[in-house]
Design a protein around this ligand. Sequence first.
Ligand code: SF4
Length: 181
Amino acid sequence: MQNDKIRLVLMSCCAPCSAGAIRELANREIAGVDDFIVLFFNPNIYPDTEYQKRLNEQIKYCEKLGVKYAVGDYNHAAWRRAVAGLENEPERGARCSKCFAYRFCYAREFAQANGYNAIASVFGVSRHKDQAQVDTAAEQSCGDIKYLPIKWNEALRVQINRESEFYRQNYCGCEFSMRKV
Ligand code: SF4
């Protein structure tokens, strides 16, 4: 991809986590990125009412900034089958690796089908997450689509969150993370 312009798929889990990254990309602050789209593919989120709240916030923010977005299928039953046997794993454990990989595999297929050549995510920005775990899952899942482990501007993310009235959840997303709050 050395001489190619970067056409990036940004994987997002929710508006509060992605707000800074989207602003940076929209302001063309990430060197080499020529074009990007926000991909909301989060079948891990439970229940569906919670999924809808997070999706609505994501769409509202993308539309406010005038950036492109796409919404993947919401099939929580299929996601449950993918993590079967890992239900009792702690957050940052093996279930999360599988969950990240599941979503990055979808991003790879999306990128291949839509002419994008790179993938990044905001899956590691929360203090509850392990960025190295996210990066490993991405590198194992993105195949011939380049994974970019971009370090997003944390101060900007915090500032936008302070200024915004985003709906804010208090658990990662799946039913198993609800027990921990
Ligand atoms: S805690 Fe979060 S990252 Fe881990 S499996 Fe659940 S939804 Fe996925």
